[in-house]
Design a protein around this ligand. Structure first.
Ligand code: BGC
Ligand code: BGC
Length: 816
């Protein structure tokens, strides 16, 4: 049955205005085969009617958002949760790479569960499903994947954002999902932050402009028939607010006077609210020491009072549980501060029970519960869900050919072209389409790497292969097509070897994928030397080079900039790698079809120290029409020298000055001279291998419970000193891994499981563990040794161990 009110008031985005335009629409008595909520009422009258007929249990259930990995349709039928999400690693049947039809089938299953009739006239309110479609519907194999926001910022093109929002909404609607946790409106002001690439720009005005346009694309134009129609989805402005101001630390603290902070980090929100954004996500982070998830000043006084937001506020992933007074299952404080929906992926049952009890005993007043439920129902009404059929019966649902369709990919390819920023070109670009070009670098034919984090999986990269991105085009494949069409050729050579001397080499390299805190860094020096080595090699052979740099942020790259004949910042372009060849390769007749138009949305550092001056400012970017003048680059970077500054070298470059090392197991302990040897039973073995130089690194291999101990003499360290371990892991540890300090007051075991779980498979990484975490006393007492303990089989490679003079203290829970 089609409801008459599909295009009526509720779908016009007016629902958030409190005007009660209650014009009852007479509906015939008909079986509820599609829309579960009788549409006899509209506007506020409908909301009040629903609320009046809901039990307290069902109201509380509206406030809870579990993850599909932890909740079955049967649970939804029992509890009637108002919303669900799929986190970055969740998918139907436990498979985050499940094909699109399975997502739609699951959407139907949750719909059926949430809309199954209830006894006693209680309304069955459809659940909404939310997903992180942050650069296209990027959890779904075969969907169009757009450049991450940092690349879109370089396009400066709001019309393109509207197109991207519209296309992404359509692809989401194909899978029956209702809501995207996008766009991110962070104004990233410190590029060491692991989420810098989710930010359009360091400039609040540009974030505001592009964010607003994206929202209009997702939801349609408020006040028109098309607003939140069946081709659109609900958008989220996130993460409110100050997420980008935390001095480079994810979930950190944004400090400053409130007026200034609002002018910077709050600036994108008024235009987003004007665009009719239905939901706002609270930030994990704090403002001046106060967690946003517990801040009435931010979530209520500022967001609602000052900014006039009337939609719903959703929490971030267990963000409420991070309040000092709360746990994942118990947090009336967040509700009272202004959160309407708790994102509680796994612990939904406990939170539901506690909130219910707190509503019954008055800890949370009924008025606050009703207010939150009203807001949720209004968003549902604005989205027209009371009038919609089940997911698979909606306009675009099941139209799987639309996922990654040619038209959609064209929009993404245009975005890639427009996002490229030219920083150097001595004339090697454009490549003539008749040229023979070597395409080098491991990233050249790696769609997962060019897509970055939030692509199929939460972290992206890792195990993903090109086959996990059906229909996508790698950067190499795009260059190959363009050259083949022009009579030239492209040869893929990840390691840069060649038999026939090429006319030019394109070197594709950059950051490995990451997301959130996993991508936080201590400085902006790009250390991976794969690209640098390739550029050196071609330079020595007099082969002209084009560097294509993939990254989630500007990084200090002067060594590469100095060597390359052309340098293109390509950010994280996504599934349409051919957009790069569109700009790099000229037509068969030598004409340039697409010039560079991208301009930096973030200043690019000229030195590697955290306080280095900007070299390429915001707005920089050259083109064929306006070529760059060759620069000189300072290629020195003190941070690249191995060493610990004023700290202490314990083990480094194969040596340990004054190092005492022991391998200890149930049978006793052995001293490891030159940090090599075995524990008494042989269960722990440490051996040398070559990392950058001969025998400069160690591989420690556990067969079962044992400890590796390092001792040193120095005892006085600065208050904020930290242990720095440079390590590489191939596999997630099987059992418990902990670290203890050795001293009288060192009886605390620091758990390293989360650190190593995140670090596995990601190449060389630093773990920085504040020394205070190793002592039960104050920092005055420092350990004079450490013990790394594993309870099960475990292999770790170590390049260096030392103590650095200062660390940003982020607590002792890890990951470090
Ligand atoms: C992120 C959000 C995301 C949410 C759901 C959180 O960890 O901070 O940006 O929307 O998870 O996946
Ligand atoms: C989820 C993400 C989420 C993250 C938060 C992951 O397991 O898949 O969606 O953002 O956890 O820590």
């Amino acid at each position: 049955m089609m409801h008459p009110s599909l295009a009526a008031g509720s779908a016009l985005g007016l629902a958030l205005a409190l005007s009660a335009c209650a014009v009852p629409v007479a509906t015939a008595e008909a079986p509820q085969t599609s829309a579960p909520v009788p549409a006899a009422l509209t506007g506020e009258a409908q909301i009040e009617d629903l609320l009046a007929r809901m039990t307290l249990e069902r109201k509380i259930a509206q406030l809870i958002m579990p993850d599909i990995a932890s909740i079955t349709p049967e649970d939804v039928r029992t509890y009637r949760f108002g919303t669900i999400l799929n986190g970055g690693n969740s998918g139907p049947g436990g498979d985050d790479a499940a094909p699109a039809p399975e997502w739609l089938a699951l959407a139907d299953a949750y719909w059926d569960a949430s809309t199954a009739p209830l006894p006693g006239g209680e309304p069955a309110i459809p659940a909404l499903w939310a997903t992180d479609a942050v650069h296209g519907h990027s959890n779904i194999p075969g969907a169009t994947i757009f450049p991450h926001n940092i690349g879109l910022g370089a396009t400066r093109d709001p019309q393109l954002m509207r197109d991207i929002g519209r296309v992404t909404a359509a692809e989401i609607a194909v899978t029956g999902i209702d809501w995207t946790f996008a766009p991110t409106l962070a104004v990233a002001t410190d590029d060491r932050w692991g989420r810098t690439y989710e930010s359009f720009s360091e400039d609040p005005a540009l974030v505001a402009q592009l964010g607003e346009a994206t929202i209009r694309g997702f939801q349609g134009e408020p006040g028109t028939q098309g607003f939140l129609d069946q081709t659109r989805v609900i958008a989220t402005a996130k993460h409110f607010y100050g997420d980008g101001g935390t001095a480079g630390k994810d979930r950190g603290d944004t400090r400053g006077d409130p007026a200034t902070l609002k002018a910077v980090h709050g600036a994108p929100y008024p235009p987003a609210i004007d665009a009719g954004v239905q939901t706002v996500m609270a930030s994990f982070s704090s403002v001046n020491g106060e967690k946003v998830h517990g801040s009435t000043a931010i979530l209520t006084d500022y967001l609602r009072g000052e900014l006039g937001f009337e939609g719903l506020v959703v929490g971030d992933w267990n963000g409420h549980g991070e309040l000092a007074a709360c746990s994942n299952v118990d947090c009336p404080e967040s509700l009272m501060a202004g959160l309407d929906i708790f994102m509680v992926p796994e612990d939904w049952k406990g939170l539901y029970e506690n909130l219910l009890a707190q509503a019954r005993d008055g800890t949370v007043p009924m008025a606050r519960v009703d207010e939150a439920v009203r807001r949720i129902l209004r968003v549902k009404q604005a989205y027209g869900v009371f009038d919609r059929p089940k997911p698979s019966a909606r306009q675009l649902a099941g139209n799987f050919a639309m996922l990654g369709s040619q038209d959609h990919r064209e929009v993404a390819r245009r975005a890639v072209r427009q996002s490229l920023v030219l920083l150097e070109n001595d004339g090697v670009l454009p490549l003539e389409s008749s040229a023979n070009v070597l395409v080098a670098g491991k990233a050249a034919d790696d769609i997962a790497q060019q897509s970055g984090g939030w692509s199929i999986t939460w972290q992206g990269g890792g195990e993903l292969a090109n086959k996990d991105f059906p229909g996508a085009t790698s950067i190499f494949a795009g260059i190959d097509r363009a050259l083949t069409a022009g009579g030239g050729s492209a040869v893929l050579s990840p390691d840069g070897s060649y038999s026939a001397r090429p006319d030019a080499a394109v070197v594709v390299f950059g950051e490995e994928p990451y997301s959130e805190f996993v991508g936080d860094r201590d400085d902006l020096a790009f250390r991976d030397e794969e690209g640098l080595e390739l550029l050196r090699k071609f330079d020595a052979a007099d082969i002209p080079t084009v560097a294509v740099f993939l990254s989630g942020r500007p990084l200090w790259m002067n060594r590469e900039l100095a060597l390359a004949d052309a340098f293109v910042a390509a950010w994280l372009p996504g599934s349409e790698g051919s957009g790069i060849a569109d700009v790099l390769v000229s037509d068969a007749d030598g004409a340039i079809a697409h010039d560079f138009t991208g301009k930096l949305a973030f200043g690019w550092p000229g030195g590697c120290a955290p306080d280095a001056a900007v070299m390429f400012p915001f707005g920089a970017g050259w083109s064929y029409a306006n070529p760059p003048a060759r620069r000189d680059y300072d290629t020195d970077c003190a941070l690249l020298e191995p060493g610990f500054g004023a700290g202490l070298r314990i083990f480094e470059r194969g040596m340990g000055p004054g190092l005492q090392a022991l391998a200890r197991d149930a049978k006793g302990q052995t001293s490891l001279s030159n940090l090599s040897g075995k524990s008494p039973s042989g269960i722990l073995q440490v051996s040398a291998f070559d990392s950058r130089a001969q025998e400069d690194a160690r591989r420690a291999q556990w067969g079962g419970p044992a400890q590796l101990l390092f001792g040193w003499q120095q005892r006085a360290f600065p208050q904020d000193a930290a242990l720095r371990i440079r390590y590489r892991l191939y596999n997630v540890p099987d059992g418990g891994i902990s670290l203890r300090g050795l001293c009288d007051d060192c009886d605390i075991a620091v758990d390293l499981a989360s650190t190593f779980t995140l670090g596995a498979g990601k190449g060389w990484r630093n773990a920085t563990i504040p020394l205070t975490c190793l002592t039960s006393n104050d920092a005055a007492i420092a350990p004079n040794g450490i013990a790394l303990q594993s309870d099960a089989a475990f292999v770790i490679e170590l390049e260096s161990v030392g103590i650095i003079p200062e660390a940003n203290f982020e607590g002792c829970d890890g990951p470090f």
